[in-house]
Design a binder for this molecule. Structure first.
Ligand code: DGL
Length: 234
């Protein structure tokens, strides 16, 4: 069994999005030793170049490593899809677990018409295209880049110690309406993949635009993978 005195798990994201992942890890592995790096200052990642992201994320990983982390969770679809390969090469002594758009989960649930909402960086990444090619045999995936959305969510969440409070606001709802209100064939999607950990905070608002669809995110898969890695490293 996992012993909380053992492996330190370092988790990071461009702010509060990854706290949704931490929450799921804590449910899956009660007592997990987690160090969270909240990179609020560089939010949003989704509108940065790959070179810039690699520079930023490698510093964070170095910092988490110096604090004793042996397992690194990239609680960010953008940083995972663009940088995880390079980070693995730069830090061969660490175990990396990434967060990828949960398209596979939607396909396993037999969904056929999938909408992927993600940052511009995730949408244009080679890895996202690979996931779509390998996971979807008879399903169609529509990519919806959502610039600025993660930043608006970041600004709507207040972290106070252990408490994470989301405060809805008009700007955020207007952005959502702009992105989703007139989306073509909106009522035909049977799955919406939240391909950004920040979007988990507004799942209930997104759901209102797709009452017929199932919603997916990668957090549970990540938490289960952390449990496997941590148990194997004992
Ligand atoms: N939460 C992150 C993701 O999953 C990054 C959002 C951003 O900073 O643009 O992609």
């Amino acid at each position: 069994m996992y012993d909380m005195k053992d492996t330190i798990v370092g988790v990071f994201d461009s702010g509060v999005g990854g706290l949704t992942t931490v929450d799921t890890i804590r449910t899956e592995i009660p007592g997990a030793q987690i160090i969270y790096h909240n990179d609020h200052i560089h939010c949003p990642y989704g509108e940065r170049s790959k070179t810039e992201l690699l520079r930023i994320t490698s510093k964070i990983v170095q910092n988490l490593k110096e604090q004793g982390a042996e397992v690194i969770v990239i609680a960010c679809n953008t940083a995972t899809t663009q940088c995880i390969h390079e980070l693995r090469k730069l830090f061969p002594d660490l175990s990396f677990i990434g967060t990828e758009p949960a398209i596979k989960l939607a396909c396993e649930a037999k969904c056929k018409n999938i909408l992927l909402m993600a940052t511009p960086g995730t949408v244009k990444s080679v890895r996202t295209k690979e996931i779509i090619t390998t996971c979807t045999k008879d399903a169609k995936v529509t990519l919806l880049p959502c610039p600025v959305l993660a930043k608006l969510i970041e600004d709507a969440v207040v972290v106070n110690g252990d408490k994470v409070i989301f405060q809805n606001n008009d700007m955020l709802q207007t952005r959502l309406a702009d992105l989703l209100g007139s989306l073509a064939d909106r009522d035909t999607f049977d799955a919406v993949v939240l391909g950004c950990t920040h979007y988990v905070y507004i799942e209930s608002y997104i759901r209102k635009y797709f009452p017929q669809a199932e919603m997916f995110n990668g957090n549970l898969g990540v938490a289960k993978q952390v449990a496997r890695v941590v148990n194997n490293s004992l």
